[in-house]
Design a protein around this ligand. Sequence first.
Ligand SMILES: *Cc1c(COP(=O)(O)O)cnc(C)c1O
Length: 389
Amino acid sequence: MHEETQLLHTTTGEEPFRALTIPVHRASTILFPTVDAFLNRHEQFYDGYSYGLHGHPASRSLAAHVAQIEGANHALILPSGMAAVANATLAVVKQGDHVLLPDAVYGPTRAFADNFLAKLGVDTTYYDPLEAGGIAARFTQATRLVWVESPCSYTMEVQDVPAIAKVAHARGALVAADCTWASPLGFKALDKGADIAIQALSKHVSGHSDVLMGSIAVRDGQLYRQIKDAMGFTGQGVSPDDCYLALRGMGTLAVRLERQTRSALAVAKFLDLRAEIAQVLYPVLENDPGHALFQRDFTGAAGVFSFLLHRRSKAALVDFLEGLSVIRLGASWGGLHSLVALAQIEAQRTVSPWKSKDYLVRINIGLEHPDDLIEDLAKGLDRYRAAAK
Ligand SMILES: *Cc1c(COP(=O)(O)O)cnc(C)c1O
């Protein structure tokens, strides 16, 4: 054998090296021992190894962990939370079907429905996230899928998922849940009636604001294969390095969430007492309208919440947010660092009007000492009050 050929025959078998971590096998090609194994490789598509795009040890390991904490029989790993939303939907709807989405759904999910599903001949109706019984009137003969998102993005409404699932199942529709906020540690969507539970693993599970990934978890084997087929058709693959990072994040998920929730509660209570704040939206607070459902259905929370300020000028808001020194301005949440983001909600609603034209501020509480966060916000609110009306 020539040296240049030898250089291409590096070890491919199992090594006698035991670590606590999963090995990262970077591979498009998977080798087969026999012609028959090669010709029958599609049999490995769902649960084994046929091609790097469709699964490798790190993605299978991450999927197994996700399935375990979701209380599912199967899980799938995708390159983003949005890929999970899109593929879960595309796998179960066809032309002429009808989908129900909560009016306060994650913005890009709404854009996907309005611009992409519509083009495929799939109609969407938005429903008030707080109408559980009333949702029955939104169904048509063609309703195939109901999405729930609890709490909803930015505005934090807690949905009555078991009640919505009951109505949906009575009408033969599937329920998909995007309950990324509490992670599966805080909300077991499949136990609460969802057929499909998705997560933006980019948020709490990976936890360090440096990975994009999503998951879909189900109990039903047929549904699992249907979604995996859709992922094959749309070419959804994930990097083993990213899976490695998400798995590493999982090990600290419980302690991060516990600490972030504790700090967030302290910050939320501080904000609730400040004269500049009109309303804090955080179901963990006893005075939040979603608190009773949160208490009933959730076993844990997250350090992400929103608040509305009493109106002043945009310049006052800019002074407040740009002057923060510990907390930084950026989208996404669930990581170690405290972040603020802002949005105007009114224009994004069609059936449940939002009462305020003002910016809503969302805050992700990280692992900094809560006193530093409170001091940063206190100074910021002083600037807000001192700025011109
Ligand atoms: C962030 C987010 C997503 C999308 O996740 P990406 O990985 O950023 O695509 C989906 N749903 C919710 C509720 C989210 O917060």
